[in-house]
Design a protein around this ligand. Structure first.
Ligand SMILES: C[S@@+](CC[C@H](N)C(=O)[O-])C[C@H]1O[C@@H](n2cnc3c(N)ncnc32)[C@H](O)[C@@H]1O
Length: 287
């Protein structure tokens, strides 16, 4: 029996079929949980690990331990992704001891060490945010898009095309233009760490650093198909789950904090109502 109803579970057993945890938010440690997920079972991973900037969920380890832990996560990601699978890894620049650590560059080396291939280094810009006194204020983050196989990966460019800048240019592709690797979203969608926007954004939950839904939508449409499995192992408020569900993908979210899992489940359930989708609308793939 396939369970498609969105739910939270505390842990998963070993030796299960991937479709048994479709549309499930797992309230547990990311690494321990990923170790139980079958090999070659996930189409797409979109996630944002912690940035080591002192958030409530980031305490109690050195930077070296932080990197070791995430290297193990990347090894598991390689194992559980399908051969044509992809991982999008969102990070920012972390201030440490008066300087900036470009986490994207640090993680690039770890992904390369484990034989991932970089397709794009996406920059996404936002407005608002903290105003720095001793350096220029940071206004962008990085999403590193890696694939396992450069000859076998999904890129649904027609599903993510955007309106051209010069509408009357005859050279325009009538389907719209490639969205490029520099992404900007309207202010109401840019709620990453932006206190000023928190109160006016319709998307905002109590999680301190949510993905903008538009960013997640572009990634999921571009790198997966309906019925596919999308995983976010640092799930937070569940933006990946919500958008995946709306786009008729099957989601798996993992977060160690129950309060965030509850927010995520609530968002998924509301999105279902809001969009008039029922669980039966989800095309199921047999794995
Ligand atoms: C940057 S936030 C993700 C926010 C998410 N993209 C969203 O849209 O809300 C990182 C999340 O990872 C979770 N986390 C950190 N370490 C974890 C671990 N070892 N296992 C599971 N979750 C973890 C935190 O609780 C936090 O919610």
């Amino acid at each position: 029996m396939i369970n498609q109803k969105p739910r939270i579970v505390k842990r998963i057993k070993k030796n299960f079929k991937i479709n048994e945890i479709y549309n499930t938010i797992i309230n547990s440690d990311a690494l321990e949980t990923m170790k139980k997920i079958p090999s070659n079972s996930v189409n797409l991973i979109l996630t944002s690990p912690s940035y080591e900037v002192g958030k409530e969920y980031e305490k109690g380890h050195s930077f070296e331990e932080y990197l070791n832990f995430h290297e193990k996560i990347i090894i598991e990601a390689k194992r559980i992704l399908k051969d044509n699978g992809a991982i999008y890894w969102n990070v920012a620049q972390t201030p440490k001891n008066g300087e900036i650590i470009p986490l994207g560059a640090v993680f690039y080396n770890i992904f390369k060490k484990h034989d991932f291939h970089l397709k794009n280094w996406i920059i996404w810009r936002f407005d608002g945010g903290l105003n720095c006194k001793k350096r220029l204020s940071g206004r962008y983050e990085n999403v590193l898009w890696f694939v396992k196989d450069t000859n076998n990966f999904i890129f649904n460019v027609d599903d993510v095309r955007i309106a051209p800048k010069w509408k009357n240019d005859k050279r325009n592709n009538p389907k719209g233009k490639n969205p490029t690797d520099f992404w900007e979203f309207s202010e109401n969608n840019c709620i990453w760490e932006i206190n000023r926007v928190v109160n006016v954004s319709k998307e905002k939950t109590k999680h301190p650093c949510q993905f903008p839904e538009k960013l997640v939508e572009r990634v999921i449409k571009g790198s997966s198909n309906e019925g596919d499995v999308v995983l976010d192992m640092f799930n937070g408020s569940g933006t990946t789950c919500k958008v995946a569900y709306e786009l008729k993908r099957n989601f798996i979210g993992i977060d160690k904090e129950m309060k965030y899992c509850k927010i995520a489940l609530d968002r998924v359930k509301k999105s279902v109502n809001h969009n008039g989708l029922s669980n039966n609308n989800h095309r199921q793939k047999k794995d």
